[in-house]
Design a protein around this ligand. Structure first.
Ligand code: MG
Ligand code: MG
Length: 283
């Protein structure tokens, strides 16, 4: 049969000054990477804008590497409460990074670089182990059963060792599988190949919940909702945050929560900050 081939080209010409010839090759490679990210089959010229971005990328990447080596990630836990009575039922584990001066770096500044560089894999393993360990310890000392929700990136989910990594974290924390929820975004689930879906199914069958994160912001494919190994939908905070002021957002929240109920799935509304939002959700 015929094979259709396209080419993505990165160009770095001599208007960009370089210290070593190797730098020019690396810059061209960065431009080629951009060409692929823009949808392939095109050429991209390495310019000052791309240069600024790639310097920033390298800065954050090296910050992440040293933070990993020096153990400078910290966990923040956001409560998940029962809408009926306000009782806490669990927490979502959110990773933060400290820079060398001890200042907290917001996740918006490093998550994307962590994903692109692959550093999300060792980082995610630490987050999973640390979250299970501290929430299980809290459960034992306070006697309050709490679930912990841990965000899992596409690159973590696609690794063959996902299942053993999760079981190991649970075992070391002495935590039952039904106290753990793994949150995956819709795009991560849509990217998932058959063996990744098998792994998620296996985890779900062992009692772990799989949550569809940030629902409503991606493709929001209703057909996939039935096929994916999902037990819980998280309504994206962009709708929850505006549901009392924007009837359109309120309609989306109503539709998603009704749909979840009809499909036999539970749902969590993200980012509830006012009593009005709380009341609207209860209704
Ligand atoms: Mg999440
Ligand atoms: Mg979310």
């Amino acid at each position: 049969g015929a094979v259709h081939v396209t080419v993505s080209i990165g160009i770095c010409d001599d208007t960009i000054p370089v210290a070593r010839p190797l730098d020019r090759l690396q810059y061209a490679d960065t431009a080629a990477y951009r060409a692929k990210r823009l949808g392939e089959d095109r050429q991209v010229l390495y310019d000052t804008g791309l240069h600024r971005e790639s310097v920033e990328y390298r800065r954050v990447e090296s910050l992440l590497r040293t933070a990993l080596e020096e153990g400078r990630f910290v966990m923040h836990y956001q409560p998940i409460v029962d809408l009926a009575d306000g009782r806490p039922t669990g927490v979502e584990a959110l990773v933060r990074m400290r820079d060398r001066d001890g200042k907290l770096v917001p996740p918006g500044e490093f998550i994307e670089v962590a994903e692109r560089s692959g550093l999300i894999v060792p980082m995610g393993a630490w987050v999973l182990a640390e979250s299970c360990r501290s929430i299980a310890a809290l459960h034992r000392s306070a006697g309050v059963p709490l679930r912990v929700s841990v965000n899992v990136a596409a690159r973590q989910a696609s690794r063959p060792d996902l299942v053993t990594a999760v079981y190991r974290a649970l075992e070391q924390a002495e935590m039952p599988p039904d106290a753990l929820t793994l949150e995956l975004t819709e795009s991560a689930l849509l990217e998932a190949d058959a063996s990744t879906l098998d792994r998620l199914n296996e985890l779900r069958e062992s009692g772990i919940q799989i949550a569809l994160d940030d629902f409503g912001t991606g493709y929001s494919s209703l057909a996939y909702l039935r096929q994916l190994p999902v037990s819980l939908i998280k309504v994206d905070q962009s709708f929850v945050g505006t549901m009392t002021t924007d009837p359109g957002s309120a309609a989306i929240v109503r539709a998603v929560t009704t749909l979840a109920g009809d499909l036999g799935l539970s749902w969590v509304a993200e980012g509830v900050e006012t009593m009005e939002q709380w009341q609207a959700l209860r209704e």
